[in-house]
Design a protein around this ligand. Sequence first.
Ligand SMILES: [Zn+2]
Length: 388
Amino acid sequence: MSNLSSRDILEKLISFATVSRDSNLQLITFVRDYLASHGVESELFHNEEGTKASLFATIGPKDRGGVVLSGHTDVVPVDGQNWTVDPFQLSEHDSKLYGRGTADMKGFIASVLAAVPLFVKTELKTPIHLAFSYDEEIGCLGVRPMLAELAKRPLKYSLCLIGEPTEMKPVLGHKGKLAMRCCIKGAACHSAYAPYGVNAIEYAAQLITRLGEMGKRQAQPELHDARFDPPYSTIQTGVIKGGRALNIVPAECEFDFEVRALPDFDAQTVADELQQYAQNELVPAMQAVQPDTGIEMQPLSAYPGLVTPPDSTAAQLLALISGSDDFGTVAFGTEGGLFEQAGIPTVVCGPGSMDQGHKPDEFIHVQQLAACDAMLVKLANHLAHHSL
Ligand SMILES: [Zn+2]
């Protein structure tokens, strides 16, 4: 394959409709073949069903760790969104490239792939690894098996750069997230006899109120961390279902809540406290009316937060190649906390803005793509001369 520009490659990547619920294998096959055409071998890590895969590849010396460039290949759906252009065919207006995933985050992957011929021809002292995952948008799931595999290897990877859209600003942290579902099993009866039933909605309301109180506790000034916006951990109930008719005491209610946790706050403590409140105070009252009632909770998804120290090697390298040490944080999550847990210091910096992510008419500005291309040239130059 001749050398393609990041725009050419982005056009190709956008044409694969890799919505998280669908296969990403066509995209992965394209990337594998492209890498092979530049003499780079890929390893694939498939999901159990064999419908999706992550890709890992190394350029440069194989006997030492190095810099991991990481991105997810899946995108969020376009259902119900009012697009004025075809979301899966790249189009350009006013120096903006439109398509689902242009910002989040195929723009970065395109830029990395466009840099591969340079990476290959540079005599790298420190290797560059590519790690492309799936199922990020549904709870950072796809990267986990790949990380588990990498953790078994003798190599220590020096750092990971995740190219989520930060408008090319250097980012060292984000909050973690825990999403939970709470199911209340009450007991139905005619509403005229309400006290003889167990009203699942009313018990849900007590639990949700309790979550609101816990949220207020987290908002106290002494718990603030000014690096984040908002500067504290937040708790939010986002979905609730229950009830069939006003004249029936509802037997079922379920609601989903999430904790957006500062990196040093363990979100699980919120779920534990709610569970204790349910078991100690609510369930006994419910079961006094009707023994076959109760409250159950199950996790929906979780990923850890990220805080990388500004004086770390990872942060210093990011400052060098991005041209800025004005480090920030982002409100959205990334796979970064999972890389960090796998022992790989992680930073975030990539082209495009999350203001456009997940929205109709998602776009990336061509200058953002060019800035990312330039950052990767600096990275290659640096790694040609430095061991990490
Ligand atoms: Zn993303």
